[in-house]
Design a protein around this ligand. Structure first.
Ligand code: CA2
Length: 145
């Protein structure tokens, strides 16, 4: 049976989307993005399971869970953990489920310290800089895997 489940995992502070710093992250909330993804997933014949946590360990557990559930892919916006977490790097490398790195902003066009990505070093690929639409583009990429 073809794999249909796509995990969408969001890290620290992304629960604040749409509420703070709209000039960088836009006006869409995480719930708005979940709604857009649900619609697109339906059209693509996929199911999404979207979650957010401010705790690194939850992201690690959910990545392992995605693999054990046989998920097709994981879309991962790890927030600032992107730039610091060797544990996320190890987790991505340790699972067979492809991980697509997602960012709302373009970290390469921002501060120097955002240019290094542990997630990007281990991910299948990265999509960044398209606002909330980065998630939709990542879902389209997942559908092609
Ligand atoms: O652009 C992205 O999606 C980021 O992953 C967002 C992270 C940032 O550390 C990365 O470099 C790029 C920050 C997430 C914090 O989310 C906020 C949302 C609203 C207001 C303030 C923070």
């Amino acid at each position: 049976m073809a794999k249909k489940l796509v995990y969408v995992l969001n890290g620290p502070n992304l629960n604040l989307l749409g509420l703070r710093e709209p000039e960088i992250y836009g006006h869409d909330t995480l719930d708005d993005i979940a709604g857009m993804l649900e619609d697109r997933a339906k059209a693509l014949g996929l199911t999404i399971d979207m979650r957010q946590s401010n705790h690194e360990g939850h992201l690690l557990d959910w990545m392992h869970e995605a693999q054990s559930k046989g998920a097709k892919a994981i879309l991962l916006n790890a927030g600032a953990l992107t730039h610091t977490s060797l544990a996320l790097y190890d987790a991505i490398r340790s699972i067979k489920t492809p991980v697509i790195e997602v960012h709302i902003s373009n970290p390469h066009a921002r501060e120097e310290y955002r240019r290094h990505s542990y997630v990007g070093m281990a991910a299948k690929g990265s999509i960044a800089g398209f606002g909330a639409k980065s998630y939709l583009l990542a879902l389209e990429a997942a559908a092609l895997l």
